[in-house]
Write a protein that binds this ligand. Structure first.
Ligand SMILES: [Zn+2]
Ligand SMILES: [Zn+2]
Length: 431
């Protein structure tokens, strides 16, 4: 393009009069198709007689016919207007604006790159930290297992040694008994042999009752020994490991003092259900609630905690944690701003995180058991499908300060059977 521009004169040059070197003023065309200002060509021809010629190509004409070319006139007007100071200023301003806009855009993109690079660095750093954390958690499990294995093997060796020692002792006793019996046989045989040659006066002194009493049945029990170590060893170990898990599922119970009057607790306080009539629970007026919810009797201030809640087929609930400081007598939207970090379900299987506004969640399979994880130091509150342990939602700006596990059965629709919410304790038996 640049070389083309050099070869071809610009439009402005095309529209310049070759007599006055200005843009055409009232341009006229000669029969040779060359253009000039009307005044310029008239002046050029003034005083000439007879034939006149074109100043550009020297062609001669018998008369002075000047043709008006409206196309060229129009183009000259346009070029003149575009060459005006105001227009140039406008153009300059536009150029300046465009330049500034592109500079700004470039800066913006560079900023975005910087931010993305920072994100990439963060992801890499967090990834390394997480890898270390995952390795640490699994190492802790392996350590636990190894320790358990060592203890079980040690016990097995000790018991084996005990049983072997018992068996050895018994064998020793039996060998001594055999020797004593053989000695008696020898003495008696001697006596019997002597009887054939002489008259026996009295029986030789033989210990007829062996000094050793060896039981017919062995004391050691091979069957019992075998059974101890061939049983469901993994399950036994898992149960023993369970109490060492950190965090182990917290065996929560509901606090009747905090329950709404229309909530009914099971005798062991691990199950709550909405009742049709109000129940005469003794309630703490400070902790009483306007809404159909209840807190756990346990609270958390530090550390990492996990608990599981059975929600069964219930179509409506809110679960999570509530700050100790929230005024539960006041009706408030369940959101972190108001001291609640919750997961909620409403009819039609609509799950959402208790943010303002609600954050709708895609849940693959409706969880029958919800796991709630609270990390007080990292300020994380997260929810899992407790069967698949798939993460449903995580709040990364969790509470600061004392919190209580929070449960709401919500008010059930008329004619609908209310579903209980259950706190799961497992393994079921105390360890
Ligand atoms: Zn001219
Ligand atoms: Zn000409």
């Amino acid at each position: 393009m640049a070389s083309d521009n050099r070869k071809r004169p610009s439009l402005k040059e095309d529209l310049t009069c070759s007599i006055c070197y200005e843009l055409f003023t009232d341009p006229v065309m000669l029969a040779c198709m060359h253009h000039f200002c009307r005044a310029c060509i008239s002046t050029y021809w003034r005083g000439l007689r007879g034939f006149v010629s074109c100043p550009q190509c020297r062609r001669e004409f018998p008369n002075r016919q000047l043709l008006t070319n409206f196309l060229v006139s129009g183009m000259v007007d346009k070029v003149r207007a575009n060459s005006s100071e105001g227009y140039q200023k406008d153009l300059q301003n536009q150029l300046k604006d465009s330049l500034e806009s592109y500079h700004a855009k470039r800066e913006e993109y560079l900023n975005m790159i910087r931010q993305d690079k920072e994100k990439v660095d963060t992801i890499k750093r967090v990834g390394v930290e997480l890898q270390a954390r995952v390795q640490g958690e699994f190492q802790a499990l392996r350590d636990l297992l190894q320790q358990e294995e060592g203890e079980v093997l040690e016990e097995l060796r000790r018991e084996q040694a005990e049983v072997l020692e018992q068996a050895e002792q018994r064998l020793e006793q039996l060998r001594t008994a055999v020797q004593e019996a053989e000695e008696s046989v020898r003495v008696l045989q001697q006596a019997a042999d002597a009887m054939e040659t002489s008259v026996l006066v009295e029986l030789p002194e033989v210990n007829m009752r062996p000094s050793l009493q060896v039981e017919k049945e062995a004391e050691f029990d091979v069957k019992a020994f075998t059974a101890r170590y061939s049983g469901p060893l993994q399950y036994i170990t898992w149960r023993r490991m369970f109490k060492l898990l950190k965090p182990a599922p917290a065996p929560l119970t509901f606090d009747p003092e905090t329950a709404h009057p229309s909530l009914c607790l099971s005798r062991d306080k691990t199950s709550v259900v909405e009742c049709q009539e109000m129940l005469p629970y003794k309630r703490n007026p400070k902790r009483f609630t306007q809404c159909v919810n209840v807190l756990a009797a346990q609270c958390f201030l530090s550390g990492r905690h996990y608990w599981e809640v059975g929600v069964g087929g219930s179509t409506k609930w809110d679960l999570g944690v509530a700050m100790e400081v929230v005024d539960r007598r006041a009706r408030a939207k369940l959101s972190p701003e108001n001291g609640y970090w919750t997961l909620r379900l409403r009819e039609g299987g609509r799950y959402s995180a208790g943010t303002q506004p609600w954050t709708p969640l895609q849940v693959d399979a409706p969880p029958r058991f919800v796991g709630v994880f609270l990390d007080c130091e990292e300020r994380v509150v997260s929810f899992y499908n407790a069967e698949s342990m798939r993460l449903i939602y995580a709040f990364n700006h969790g509470p600061r300060g004392r919190v209580y596990p929070f449960f709401s059965t919500c008010v059930s629709e008329r004619g609908q059977k209310p579903h209980p919410i259950k706190l799961l304790h497992f393994p079921q038996d105390p360890l």
